[in-house]
Design a protein around this ligand. Structure first.
Ligand SMILES: [Fe+2]
Ligand SMILES: [Fe+2]
Length: 279
């Protein structure tokens, strides 16, 4: 089993350059690391890909995000949001592109969690609501990879969920020996995502496991539970995961704050009439 897992990790990490991500991330990362380029230079580099640019701006300006400012260009996005957030937006749109017409429900779930995570971050006074949106958007990234790159296993997993009533991540573990949080983490590692994003991907179902970003992970955990509770989109099984006490404590939530979060999320999700897969 250990060996199999290592082999799976290797396979997933080889996906680093997904078909819709033509070396762009590496190129931009190198430009940022070299420190010789300004935000305007890097903005120009990304803008050469117009489809990608349009998608990133559409996401950045989506009503689901906690971004309070209108983002008009990629250079502005880099200045206002920072490179990590822009990189995350590029990755998200590229990864979900893989699912095109098959993954609308998971996309809606992810957008809902992005929205909820931003609301939670703001309510508990975290300084980085934008990063929380992104962590929410990316949290189930591993599910996309499993569906697209392991279609036979994915079919067996779905069958276990439907016939045996297992939670998706239990079914994943049974069929694959690991689950989508690990797959997501492997990709996050190969993309060198910061811990504020990679830890929620890895630990959103078990928030006490997060060492480097416990509050962000707790926010995404709660966001995931709430969005499932609302029945918005589809996370892959019909179950609402139990709320983890550790996460609530980590966020310092009292019942009033929780009520505010639920009310705001309710309003947002009911007014969002199905954001489509960023075409
Ligand atoms: Fe998940
Ligand atoms: Fe989820």
């Amino acid at each position: 089993m250990v060996l199999e897992e290592a082999a799976a990790k290797k396979r997933v990490q080889l996906l680093k350059n997904l078909p819709t991500l033509p070396g762009m991330i590496d190129k931009i990362s190198r430009a940022v690391e070299s420190k010789r380029f300004s935000a305007a230079d890097i903005g120009k580099l990304i803008s050469r890909d117009q489809v990608l640019t349009a998608k990133v701006l559409k996401l950045a300006n989506s009503a689901f995000f906690g971004f309070s400012r209108k983002v008009g260009s990629l250079t502005q996005a880099l200045v206002l949001l920072g490179f990590d957030v822009v990189k995350g937006l590029i990755l998200t749109s590229s990864v979900f592109d893989l699912m095109k017409n098959k993954g609308e429900d998971l996309w809606r779930h992810s957008m809902g969690v992005a929205s909820a995570a931003a609301i939670i971050a703001t309510e508990v006074g975290m300084p980085d609501a934008e990063e929380a949106s992104l962590a929410g958007l990316l949290h189930d990234l591993g599910k996309v990879v499993i569906r697209v790159h392991m279609p036979d296993d994915s079919a067996s997993i779905n069958e276990l969920v439907e016939v045996e009533g297992l939670a998706l991540r239990e079914a994943e573990r049974e069929v694959l020996g690991f689950n989508h949080t690990q797959v997501g983490q492997w990709l996050a590692e190969s993309w060198k995502l910061p811990e504020q994003l990679s830890e929620p991907i890895r630990w959103h179902h078990k928030p006490e496991g997060s060492r480097a970003a416990p509050q962000m992970t707790a926010a995404v955990h709660l966001a995931d539970c709430l969005v499932r509770g609302f029945g918005y989109g589809d996370g892959g099984d019909p179950w609402v995961p139990p709320l983890d006490r550790f996460a609530l404590k980590q966020l310092g939530l009292n019942s009033q704050k929780l009520e505010n979060i639920v009310a705001e999320l309710c309003e947002k999700l009911s007014s969002a009439n199905g954001a489509s897969m960023g075409s």
